[in-house]
Design a protein around this ligand. Structure first.
Ligand SMILES: Cc1cc2nc3c(=O)[nH]c(=O)nc-3n(C[C@H](O)[C@H](O)[C@H](O)COP(=O)(O)OP(=O)(O)OC[C@H]3O[C@@H](n4cnc5c(N)ncnc54)[C@H](O)[C@@H]3O)c2cc1C
Length: 486
C-alpha cells in the first residue's frame, strides 16, 4: 500500500489532500498531512478580518475533524527534514517537530512513497529591520492573528480620530523591495478607505499606498491590458483612476529599508532615500521558502539539489534565464515535479519560480526593487489538485498514468478587492487575468486573452462574498465539495 505525505495544510496542500482522499479513501492507500496549525485559514478573507469587518473565527476551522472524515492521517507539526533516499536501505521519510499542545518539540518520522511540498511562504519580516508585528513597528494581515491585531489598531486609531478630530497618516503596502502579493495590499488599502469613510473620518486621513511596483497596476505580473467591449485599458490607468477617485496617494518603486516607531524609511528607484511618518502601517513581508533540510543517505547535504537559494523547491521549470528579453512562457513549470526525485512535487508558493514576471529594477545603490511573481489562491489550488491526480493515477493505474500539467502560462487568476461584508453596502474592484504569465506568441497584442478584464461595482463584491462561503464549504469537505472549482 502506498503512502502519500503532504507538507502544509494551506490552499494548495489541503486541495491535494481532498482530491487524494476522494480517489484513495476506500483503497487502503494512505494519505498523511503534516502541518503546524490546528486550523485551516481562508487567507483571502483575512483582509476583512484586518479591518474588523469580519470576526477572525469566520475565516478558520479545525482541521482534525475534517481529516478524520477524509480518512487522512493528520500530524500537527512542522516538517524540518526530507530524506529522499531514506537511510539507504528503507523508504524515504520526513522528520517533523510536533506543535500540538503538550507535545511541542517532540520529533516524529513518517515514511512516504510520494511527497507533496505545499509549505507555502516563510513570512520573512526580518529581511527589513523593524518590519512586522512581532517585535517590529508595522502590522500585517498574513495570518488570522496578524489581521486581528491590525483590526484592533485600526479601530483604536479611527476612534481617536473621531473623538479628537485629529489627522492621521495610514500607510499600506509592501515592506521590502522584493515583496509579492501586491493584490492583497491593494485590496487592504481599498478596505481601509472604506472603513475611514464609514466612520466619517476620511477627510482627516492621509492614506498612502507604498509599493515596490515601478508603476501602479503592475501587481507583480507586469501589468495587464483590460478588454472591455472592444476597448483596451491598461491596469496602470485603471488603478490610478481608482486611487484618484478615493484620494489614495501612491508611492511607487519603493524599497522599504527599515521601519522605526511611526516612520518608514524607503529607497526610490533613483537611489534617493525618503522618510514617511505614519500613525498606522500595514506592510507585507517578503516571502521565502520555509526552512527544510534535504538529507541524502549517509547524511549527504541535498539542499542545493532540491531547493533554490530562496528556499523554495526546484521543480520542472527552466531556471537560469536572467535576461527578461529571453523570458518565455515555456520557462514556467508544468508538472511541479522535482527534477531530482520523481516522487516529490512542490505546489503553490513552495515551488521556486524560474524568474519574475514583471521586470525589476536595481537602484544606483545596488538595491533590487522588483516585485516577485505572485502565486495566488486559484492557481495554487489547481496545482494541488493536478499533482494529487497524478499521484492517484500512478497508484491506481501505474500502467497508463501520465503526469498532469498546470502551467501558470495557461492558467488564469482573479483578484477581487472587495469592501464590506454585507449584501448591499459593499463595492469591489475585480480583475480577471488569463494567462498569469503573459504569452505574446499566442496573444501578440497584449500577452493575455480578451478574458482579462477589470471591473468596479457591487457584482464583484457579491462574487467575493459568495467565494468566501463556497471555499469554506469546499475546504470543510462538505457534500458535493468537488463541484466547486479551485
Ligand atoms: C493577506 C492575503 C490576502 C490574499 N488574498 C488573496 C485573494 O484574494 N485571492 C487569491 O487568489 N489569493 C490571495 N492571497 C494569496 C493566497 O493566500 C495564496 O496564494 C495561497 O495561500 C497559497 O497557497 P499555499 O498552499 O502555497 O500556501 P498557504 O496557503 O500559505 O499554506 C501553506 C501551509 O503550509 C504550512 N506550513 C508552513 N511551514 C510548514 C512546515 N515546515 N511543515 C509543514 N507545513 C508547513 C502552513 O502552516 C500552511 O498551512 C492572499 C494572500 C495574503 C497574504
Amino acid at each position: 500500500m502506498a503512502t502519500t505525505v503532504i507538507l502544509g495544510a494551506g490552499v494548495s496542500g489541503h486541495a491535494a489532500a481532498q482530491h487524494l482522499s476522494r480517489k484513495l479513501k476506500r483503497t487502503g492507500h494512505q494519505v498523511v498531512m503534516i502541518s503546524p496549525n490546528s486550523e485551516w485559514n481562508w487567507i483571502p478573507s483575512n483582509i476583512w478580518v484586518g479591518t474588523g469587518a469580519m470576526p477572525g473565527r469566520k475565516v478558520v476551522f479545525d482541521l482534525a475533524p475534517v481529516y478524520r472524515k477524509m480518512k487522512v492521517t493528520f500530524h500537527q507539526g512542522r516538517a524540518t527534514q526530507i530524506h529522499p533516499e531514506g537511510d539507504g536501505t528503507g523508504r524515504p521519510f520526513v522528520i517533523f517537530e510536533r506543535t500540538d499542545p503538550g507535545h511541542e518539540g517532540e520529533l516524529g518520522q513518517v515514511e512516504y512513497d510520494y511527497l507533496i511540498n505545499a509549505t507555502g511562504p516563510q513570512l520573512t519580516f526580518d529581511k527589513t529591520p523593524g518590519l512586522g508585528p512581532d517585535g517590529g513597528h508595522s502590522l500585517s494581515v498574513c495570518t488570522r492573528e496578524h489581521a486581528e491585531e491590525a483590526a484592533g489598531a485600526l479601530r483604536t486609531l479611527i476612534e481617536e480620530m473621531r473623538v479628537t478630530g485629529r489627522r492621521a497618516t495610514l500607510v499600506v503596502g509592501m515592506g521590502h523591495g522584493q515583496c509579492t502579493c501586491e493584490g492583497a495590499a491593494f485590496e487592504y488599502v481599498y478596505n481601509v478607505d472604506h472603513e475611514l469613510r464609514k466612520a466619517g473620518v476620511r477627510s482627516q486621513a492621509q492614506l498612502v499606498y507604498l509599493t515596490n511596483e515601478a508603476e501602479l497596476g503592475d501587481f507583480g505580473v507586469g501589468g495587464m491590458t483590460f478588454s472591455e467591449r472592444g476597448f483596451l485599458t491598461d491596469s496602470r490607468m485603471w488603478t490610478e483612476s481608482l486611487f484618484r477617485e478615493r484620494q489614495v496617494e501612491a508611492i511607487v518603486g519603493a524599497g522599504v529599508q527599515r521601519v522605526e516607531p511611526g516612520r518608514v524609511v524607503y529607497e526610490s528607484l533613483d537611489g534617493t532615500m525618503h522618510e514617511l511618518e505614519f500613525d498606522f502601517a500595514m506592510l507585507l513581508p517578503p516571502f521565502t521558502g520555509v526552512p527544510l533540510q534535504a538529507i541524502g543517505a549517509g547524511g549527504r547535504d541535498l539542499n542545493d539539489e532540491l531547493f533554490a537559494p530562496n528556499g523554495m523547491m526546484k521543480v520542472d521549470a527552466r531556471y537560469g534565464v536572467t535576461d527578461p528579453g529571453q523570458w518565455s512562457p515555456q520557462d514556467w513549470p508544468e508538472t511541479y515535479q522535482s527534477p531530482s526525485y520523481d516522487n516529490i512535487w512542490a505546489v503553490g508558493i513552495a515551488f521556486a519560480p524560474p524568474h519574475a514576471i514583471s521586470t525589476g529594477h536595481v537602484t544606483p545603490n545596488g538595491t533590487v526593487i522588483a516585485p516577485a511573481p505572485p502565486r495566488t489562491g486559484m492557481p495554487s489550488g489547481v496545482m494541488g489538485r493536478e499533482v494529487a491526480l497524478t499521484i492517484a493515477d500512478r497508484i491506481l493505474h501505474p500502467e497508463k498514468a501520465v503526469e498532469r500539467h498546470a502551467s501558470m502560462a495557461r492558467m488564469g487568476a482573479a483578484c477581487v478587492a472587495s469592501t464590506g461584508v454585507g449584501l448591499k453596502g459593499g463595492s469591489a474592484a475585480s480583475m480577471l487575468m488569463h494567462p498569469i504569465v503573459p504569452d505574446f506568441s499566442t496573444y501578440p497584442e497584449t500577452g493575455r486573452s480578451p478574458a482579462t478584464t477589470g471591473e468596479i461595482g457591487l457584482a464583484g463584491h457579491w462574487v467575493k462574498l459568495l467565494l468566501h462561503y463556497l471555499f469554506l464549504w469546499k475546504a470543510r469537505h462538505r457534500p458535493f465539495w468537488y463541484l466547486i472549482p479551485e
